[in-house]
Design a protein around this ligand. Sequence first.
Ligand code: API
Length: 279
Amino acid sequence: MMDMRASDGLGFMKMHGAGNDFVVIDSRGRGAVTTAALARALGDRNRGVGFDQLAEIRDSAEADFALDFWNADGSRAGACGNATRCVCDHVMRGLGRDAVTLVTARGLLRAVRRADGLVSVNMGQPQLDWREVPLAQEVDTLRLPLAGEPVAVGMGNPHCIRFVPDAEAVALAAEGPGMEHDPLFPERTNVEFASQTGPDRLRLRVWERGAGITLACGSGACATAVAANLRGLTGRQVVLEMDGGVLEVDWREDGVWLTGPVAHVFDGWLSPAYLEALA
Ligand SMILES: N[C@H](CCC[C@H](N)C(=O)O)C(=O)O
């Protein structure tokens, strides 16, 4: 860990967006501290804190802040829509503003607080070329040569979306791991099962790369809305009913906007003894 003495302990915030939960470490004003080993240790719901993703806030010269993401298994994620919305809410409160910019692996993103209190982030344009998802070989990303002919969409991270008659009936824990590790996805993939419940409404259940079953997934909601639109199932504004709440997606000219609730649950402090044992 850079620029940090374990003897000082380490503060963190616990947040969630529609039940997709996060540990957030604010490293503005000092060097980044997160390593794969720290993320894996803290991600353990019995021996650590527990989260779907860990997000670390850093200083940025180009935007209000920079944001990096780790999964509970210690792997990196290039995008995390719900953690982005939660952290933007926190930073907006600190700055006394209703809009912020941030830099992630995806580039420069913009977020706003809506009049109804929900937080929206522009997740950028979807990546529809097989090389960008990324896929291992040239195939039609709208009909992958896999069971159920799923759609592949990149949102700064890979997604594989399968439309099914009833997402409730899918055995996620049995189906998810095989798709996450399918050789068509050289960097593994997040897995979405979606079914239509209304004209622009989908029921969505998610198996996340590096985290397993989660109650919601923002980038997954974006990828699924894009896939549904491209398949002719919905318009460009879609409501997604996830296990932990409702997310809205609006695919506009300037990118895919994700909107939903945010919650800052508590602040905690990692003890020096815990950090020293990890070192
Ligand atoms: N929960 C996140 C997505 C995490 C994606 C991560 N599991 C990956 O490896 O790409 C979201 O709200 O977008």
